[in-house]
Design a protein around this ligand. Structure first.
Ligand code: HEC
Length: 104
């Protein structure tokens, strides 16, 4: 797992969003986001609802500091005011994949 993360980090760093491999399925990630994240975040560019002061998923994706590793750490760590999610590791992979596809 540690090796995999290092490899993923290397690929993200070296291929500048071009041909990056995603850890999960972005379509499933989008469905999960519709269930769990939409009450606060604007999860897709064409959507308007979402709370003020909460970063949109597109903004998170465009942030140069956003990497798969950073999203993974964030989503596995309790972080106020976000609720403490009960997402499995594969669900986290899907959501990360969805967010990363918004970068293109
Ligand atoms: C109850 C409201 C709420 C819900 C639900 C919520 N978030 Fe958030 N989220 C926030 C707020 C507020 C912030 C800004 C926190 C901060 O900047 O400290 C945030 C920040 C983030 C960030 C931060 C990124 C960064 O670059 O610092 C990510 C990633 C994120 N949310 C993902 C998700 C995902 C994925 C879900 C659904 C599984 C979700 N959030 C559900 C309120 C929410």
């Amino acid at each position: 797992m540690a090796t995999y993360r290092l490899a993923a980090l290397f690929m993200l760093a070296s291929s500048a969003a071009a041909a990056q491999t995603l850890p999960g399925d972005p379509d499933q990630g989008r469905l999960l986001a519709q269930q769990s994240c939409i009450s606060c975040h604007v999860i897709a560019p064409q959507m308007l609802q979402g709370l003020d002061d909460v970063p949109t998923f597109a903004a998170i994706a465009r942030n140069p500091a956003t990497t798969e590793l950073r999203l993974r750490v964030f989503l596995q760590t309790p972080h106020r005011p976000m609720p403490n999610f009960l997402m499995s590791l594969s669900e986290i992979d899907h959501v990360i994949s969805y967010i990363l596809t918004l970068r293109r």
